[in-house]
Design a binder for this molecule. Structure first.
Ligand SMILES: N[C@@H](CCC(=O)N[C@@H](CS)C(=O)NCC(=O)O)C(=O)O
Length: 229
């Protein structure tokens, strides 16, 4: 595993209350799933170490990484010796419960917390089947039906995101939560799957709203990572 020079020991100089931690994020900049915990770590001002796992060489399926995540998927996160977590949305829940003392990223109110959970599930199912599958198909030649993924995305945006975001700035309540973070990456990168998000103006505005939050890290452009390949 390589410890990436420019992503290692990320310390946010703009944040006064940067917290010391023993967190390591197993990451890859091409992964929208990995963007989720990376974004929240930075929003929370947490110091963390990044270990980049290389997909191209199959490092994610190597014994060393499988000992951390037996599914061989990114992301994963360790926090000290006792906590080893897989699954991007589970990691969001952990970070919010453990480190967001104000409990704004995962609200305490039962109904609001359940709404957040519903949107986390949407990010792992409908967003995966729609904009994420379209991107995987176009960027990496993954065996998804691109036209079907675009159609699923269209239905998803029209039935769920546009109605909600026409009336509200955020997916749950009146402030950003992990629901927004979890759904953001693959929707912000929808153009990489040849989906024009501007067809869905309220969703496009929500992406800009998220990206304008202090300390929010936008999902990197795949072309910048792949060198235009
Ligand atoms: N449910 C997992 C899915 C993670 C996932 O599918 N990650 C992709 C990268 S975006 C991956 O590692 N794929 C390799 C594989 O599944 O073999 C999560 O939310 O973290």
């Amino acid at each position: 595993m390589t410890t990436h020079p420019y992503l290692t020991s990320v310390f946010n100089p703009h944040r006064m209350a940067t917290h010391m931690s023993n967190i390591t994020l197993f990451d890859n900049p091409l992964s929208g799933h990995a963007h989720r915990p990376r974004a929240l770590l930075k929003l929370l001002g947490l110091e963390f170490k990044t270990v980049i796992i290389d997909f191209a060489s199959g490092e994610h399926k190597g014994a060393e990484y499988l000992a951390i995540n037996p599914l061989g998927q990114l992301p994963a996160l360790t926090d000290g010796k006792d906590v080893t977590l897989r699954d991007s949305t589970a990691i969001l829940v952990y970070l919010a419960l453990k480190y967001d003392t104000n409990r704004t990223w995962l609200p305490v109110d039962p109904a609001a917390a359940a709404e957040v959970q519903a949107w986390l599930a949407t990010s792992t199912k409908e967003v995966y089947d729609g904009p994420c599958a379209a991107r995987l198909s176009k960027l990496f030649g993954a065996p998804f039906d691109h036209a079907a993924a675009v159609a699923k995305a269209d239905t998803l945006f029209k039935t769920l995101f546009e109605p909600r975001l026409a009336e509200n700035d955020w997916l749950v309540g009146n402030s950003p939560t992990i629901a927004d973070i979890s759904n953001y990456g693959y929707i912000a990168a929808a153009h990489e799957g040849e989906i024009d998000i501007n067809q869905y103006p309220h969703t496009a505005a929500w992406i800009k709203r998220l990206e304008s939050l202090d300390h929010f890290e936008a999902i990197p452009k795949a072309a910048d990572i792949l060198g235009g390949a």
